[in-house]
Design a protein around this ligand. Sequence first.
Ligand SMILES: [Ca+2]
Ligand SMILES: [Ca+2]
Length: 355
Amino acid sequence: MNLKRKKGAILIITLWILAILTILSVGIAGRMGLELKLAGYYRDNMKALYLAKAGIERAVAEKEINDTVSDADTLNETWANSPGLFDGKNPFNEGTETGNSYYTVKYTYKVTKDAEGVELCGMADEASKININKIVSGDTVDTVRKEQLITLLELICGPEVDATAKVDALTDWIDTGSTAQGTSEDENSKYYPDMGSGYCKNGPLDSIEELFLVKGFEDPAILYGDKNQGKIGIIDYITIHPDDGKVNVNTAPKEVLQALGFKDDFETIADKIIAYRNNPENPPITSPQGLTTALTDLTSDEISKINSVIPYLTTTSAVFRINAYSKVNNVRKHINCVVKLIPGSLHEIKYWNEE
Ligand SMILES: [Ca+2]
Ligand SMILES: [Ca+2]
């Protein structure tokens, strides 16, 4: 082989090596770029998660430290609505622009189902809702509470939903016995013939979503409503949490007050309670008995109605639903949780969902 041909071969080999190295380096650079992006996403994801958790802790602390009126929990208190404390906050960046990282604790409150929803920056009171587990105690049906839930379902979902049949099925789901309400039929063969024996839980619900398993509640529109049909759901009106099942008159929406008994001829009482709460001049109601003195122009029938409902009422709350939203760069987090506050002790997480 002469020298000229050798040189030519070396040039071609060198060019090949160069080409291969270029392809390799472009590939590695591409991979590195992707990994950097992924690492950035994980970092922002973690930051967003802890920012949302910070929002939850801040909201809890506000109630624990700054509960100005201790014998009444109202929507006017700072834990219930403080845009300055809970809207677009960044604890790492206090006092400056919030920029790309912040948390917001908020929810939409509707004083009546047809009212425009108001965005409140704070915790939602679980004692403003009806505890559906309380319609049964062991195997004994609480007929008053059961009737309250039927009324609530009719008010929110409309008379066409056959609320009685639904609440009967729920009663059987919770009660320890196995005979369907008002019949001698077995619960499982009546409601769930395809599910085999032992399907009925015969115990209280552990989450609101468990309702989907109960006969009559399978349609998500019952719980969440249906925007296309202009229907609202019962999710914002029911709870499984406050153990005493009492409703806070300072925070309950009108339909909950109606369901408790302030309906038909006594709907005026629900309206008077809400009108009283809406006037910032009025001191908060600090005991259920205080209703009869706080509300003016009550008839004797209205007073006796209030007295009959008092066992189901309270003025304070200990269990709250917190919706915390956070954003770090382009990563968003939403934590929905239920927290029980215990005086002098660490709060208890009753429900937790991250997305
Ligand atoms: Ca309070
Ligand atoms: Ca049962």
